[in-house]
Design a protein around this ligand. Structure first.
Ligand SMILES: [Zn+2]
Length: 68
């Protein structure tokens, strides 16, 4: 079974997020566990939204565009 989960930035919906590195102020060994990620698009720390698959992600993006 493959992991099809998708992590996306809650602010902009970008998929270009990655686990915080120590250099960026992450806590050694704790960043992955705490779930803190860094969005390369908004350049901010973010707690990613995890989607089960691409369908869920696309739904989210659609709603995001509808929002004022
Ligand atoms: Zn973002």
């Amino acid at each position: 079974m493959s992991d099809r989960r998708i992590r996306a930035c809650p602010r902009c919906g970008s998929l270009r997020i990655r686990a915080f590195s120590l250099r960026e102020g992450g806590v050694p060994g704790a960043s992955e566990m705490s779930g803190m990620y860094y969005c390369e698009r908004c350049k901010k720390k973010a707690m990613p939204i995890i989607f089960d698959d691409e369908k869920e992600y696309k739904k989210f993006i659609k709603q995001m565009r509808k929002a004022p």
